[in-house]
Write a protein that binds this ligand. Sequence first.
Ligand code: TYD
Length: 206
Amino acid sequence: MKKGLFITFEGADGCGKTTQLKLLSEYLTKNGHEVLLTREPGAKGLGEKIRDILLNFDGVVSDRCESFLFLADRAQHIDTIINPAINEGKIVLCDRHTDSSVAYQGFGRGLSVERINMLNDLAVNGRKPDLTFVFDIDVETSMKRVGDKKDRMESAGIEFFNRVRQGYLKIAQNEPARVKVIDASKSIDEIHAKVIEHVQEVLQNL
Ligand code: TYD
């Protein structure tokens, strides 16, 4: 049986990662791999309810509560969707995962990154991405792409998103083997080619 693989896609809102995730999925499927596309927050089932609170609740959500909701969603996602798929030999492509909590709740909201790392460990129970892409783009461009219809997270402001961006770059600096920074200002095709290059490298070493 094929060995499973876990690849995560990260970056600020509007960085184009979802387009790239779909393109990679098509590429891998064409090449005979079984692929599962999923996302955080809110893959399906209980996660969808947690996602609705996180993105649409219009009352006060404390920063710590927000963190725990993302983490609760993650634990459920790992246990009921990600691990079963990897164990079946699938390639799991996940739109956001642990690094989002570090970048958004840690660097963005200003909670302790060390603690977020600890809580992430608890949520994922030993499962780590084999490869992570950070799609890096300047905040002005990404906010333009998001447009005027912003959800609760997207309304956090430009300073917040500057911290998120720096957070992602720091994560990549700390873990260069796992985390690949991709210049998201390039064309869709150029970015796709880069993504494939990195994925091929990981597949060859499986
Ligand atoms: P979503 O609509 O999925 O945004 P995107 O298409 O940009 O991924 O909304 C997810 C939002 O939740 C996004 O603003 C990032 C944020 N988020 C966190 O703050 N922490 C997390 O741990 C995760 C998974 C997401």
